[in-house]
Design a protein around this ligand. Sequence first.
Ligand SMILES: Cc1cc2nc3c(=O)[nH]c(=O)nc-3n(C[C@H](O)[C@H](O)[C@H](O)COP(=O)(O)O)c2cc1C
Length: 213
Amino acid sequence: MPVTNNDFSQVMFDRHSVRRFDPSVTIPRAELQAMIASATTAPSACNLQSWHFVVIDTPEAKAKFKQAAMAFNYPQVDTASAIVFIAGDTHSHLVYRDVWQKVYEAGKISKEKLDQIFNTFLPLYEHAGRDFLTLDATIDGAMVGMQLLLVARAHGYEANPFSGYDFKTVLPAVGLDPARFVPVMAIAIGRPAADVPVLKTQRYDSQTLTEFL
Ligand SMILES: Cc1cc2nc3c(=O)[nH]c(=O)nc-3n(C[C@H](O)[C@H](O)[C@H](O)COP(=O)(O)O)c2cc1C
């Protein structure tokens, strides 16, 4: 379960999507869980942590997921050691009190601060519409997804984020309630197949995308 690559530049700048993996490689579930735990150090709106994970690492689970996946993503699905499907949780505010209660009980914030957090943020979410909750959960899910991509590399694996699946059917396909969750992205993780070429994608010049106000 070790972090095998602690070189930040290498982990970040040498990351490229890998879409075909060595299917003989198994990632222990304890390691997958550890990678997810590391990824959840991501920040989230009001620390709501509106993310949820479904790990797809058996032929049966892959068959279910494939019902919703687009055909051009079958190579990742078929060959990855695991696919971590990230959903946003629009009910995360319902357990929000517990998270901050723990911080308070650990003596890290005062009772006044605790009450201030509850009184400021909770009404925002308790009175929010579905659009607000969906957007919030989607952003949180994307934050944790990016971290998971880098954590996978730190563990010596490669990955591909993908959302090429049917947004309407993917949640039931992975056993999640569409009334509560929203699809964010799937992350296929594994070791690259021996002959897989690395496509070094280009980026736009950031100056053409940046304005200083
Ligand atoms: C939200 C999102 C959705 C994506 N969906 C797919 C997909 O369905 N299939 C796929 O092969 N790659 C998918 N990708 C990967 C992108 O194609 C890839 O990140 C991009 O081309 C840049 O390449 P790089 O990851 O090698 O830097 C997706 C990436 C993101 C962030």
